[in-house]
Design a protein around this ligand. Structure first.
Ligand code: PLP
Length: 448
């Protein structure tokens, strides 16, 4: 256990006396004023945080080469394609036989569900603590998303509740590797195989995450990644589906390119398709970004471990539990809970405002996805009414109750991935900011 008091005394007294303006230049507190920033005190961190995305001359040169090549479209004739090259590298890196690049993580989810022939009348089990894209991909196929509650201790799916929600119409499960971690993927796959369900992993936030030494995204039938602007591997917008099943790969490939199959296998033919293609520019950027992925991942992992340890000394703050099978955390989000009882009954919005005022990037996490406006739009949609009928949709509404997720939403927050790319001492400032907000919680609540 580290000496908390020593650090606090050091930061408030010794630093003020000895480092003065040099400390301010490094974003450290210089005043003995312990008032929280939200009540007018000096913020715990005055420095900047790493900008994102990161690029250097490598990206510029790679883009220039694509411009000059005149080959901007991946299927244009001549020379090696940057997108082909990236697909091979990504497949190798995650340990899948095939990778199909797409123009977003959402489109990789849509194409993957299409490859599994998920369509009207089918039900897909999904967790509610996710970005709306997971739901949208199901809705795009006129399939029925069925939520199964969250395990608040981990913010991952509560697998103990999944089997009870499997119905005759259930065809697939789409676990979401929230923040870069996962639920028990062995247990999930055992259940899926026993009940004859397909698995599409939403690994959009889990580029380097692993469960028992195997990369997330490679446990299910297909795994989907996002290369959107905030992701660890980015080209502004982009995505990829990985699989070791040649037939599914062929179908994803066909779907992403207007239904045009490149494989002669008759099973590969898909009902239709769209244009979900990536350009040569994006392929070139991704190849450059890939060079930094591992180094950044290590840095985030080290900072996350440091922050986790520091937070063990902060009253009322608890990082989400990481399951023992997590051999590597993707560290896209540092997800944690604050305990309102230890923060004078503070509401989450107030907590987030107070921590943000200390100069710490913090988000209050996802809202209740199962109560967003899309729900009514789905239930009253003419197509959904025709496909599922009034009684199934009425039951869907009745069963759309997620008490654990609702409870979790009151206390769960996260720090974004760029926070974990800062210098290690910034983690101390995060802990100090949280400690200060906790010390002054009653005043903050009273002032609101
Ligand atoms: C969990 C999850 N699923 C799906 C997506 C969709 O990815 P994209 O934004 O690339 O379409 C995202 C990205 O924000 C995500 O975080």
């Amino acid at each position: 256990m580290r000496p908390t008091l020593d650090r606090r005394q050091f930061s408030q007294a010794a630093l003020t006396a000895t480092l003065g303006s040099a400390a301010a230049a490094h974003g450290l507190p210089v005043a003995a004023d312990d008032r929280p920033a939200v009540l007018g005190g000096p913020p715990a961190w005055r420095g900047t945080w790493p900008a994102w995305p990161i690029a250097d001359g490598g990206e510029e040169q790679a883009l220039r080469e694509v411009v000059q090549s005149g080959r901007w479209f991946r299927y244009a004739a001549g020379g090696p394609s940057t997108v082909d090259g990236f697909e091979q590298q990504w497949a190798r890196q995650v340990g899948a036989a095939h990778c199909q690049a797409t123009n977003s993580g959402t489109s990789s989810l849509i194409a993957s569900l299409a490859a599994l022939e998920i369509g009207p009348g089918d039900e897909v089990l999904i967790p509610p603590y996710t970005f709306v894209a997971t739901v949208n991909a199901v809705l795009m196929h006129y399939a029925l998303p069925v939520f199964v509650d969250t395990d608040p201790a981990t913010a991952q799916w509560d697998l103990s509740l999944v089997e009870a929600r499997i119905a005759d119409a259930t065809r697939a499960m789409a676990p979401v590797h929230l923040g870069g971690a996962s639920c028990d993927m062995e247990a999930l796959m055992t259940l899926a195989r026993r009940r004859g369900l397909a698995v599409v992993e939403d690994a959009c936030q889990a580029h380097t995450g692993e469960w028992r030494g195997r990369r997330l995204g490679t446990w299910g039938d297909i795994g989907c990644f996002s290369f959107q602007n905030g992701k660890h591997l980015t080209c502004g917008d982009g995505g990829a589906a990985v699989t070791s099943d040649a037939m599914l790969y062929g179908r994803v490939q066909a779907w992403h390119n207007q239904g045009i199959a490149r494989s002669p296998d008759p099973q590969v033919a898909v009902r239709t398709g769209g244009n979900f293609r990536l350009t040569q520019f994006q392929g070139a950027i991704l190849q450059q970004q890939l060079k930094r992925l591992e180094e950044h991942a290590r840095q985030r992992e080290q900072n996350a471990a440091r922050l986790r340890e520091l937070l063990s000394d902060v009253p009322g703050v608890a990082p989400k539990k990481i399951l023992p099978g997590t051999t590597r955390h993707g560290c896209h989000l540092f997800v944690f809970d604050f305990d309102p009882a230890v923060f004078a009954g503070m509401a989450k919005s107030q907590f987030v405002r107070a921590v943000a005022a200390e100069g710490i990037p913090i988000a209050g996490g996802y809202a209740a996805l199962h109560r967003q406006p899309w729900v009514e739009r789905m239930l009253t949609n003419r197509g959904y009414q025709q496909i599922y009928g009034a009684s199934r949709l009425r039951r869907w509404r009745e069963e759309n109750v997620l008490p654990a997720n609702d409870r979790m939403l009151l206390t769960t927050c996260w720090f974004p991935q760029t926070t974990l790319l800062a210098e290690p001492s910034a983690m101390d400032r995060i802990a100090e900011a949280l400690r200060r907000v906790q010390r002054h919680a009653a005043e903050i609540v009273r002032a609101a």
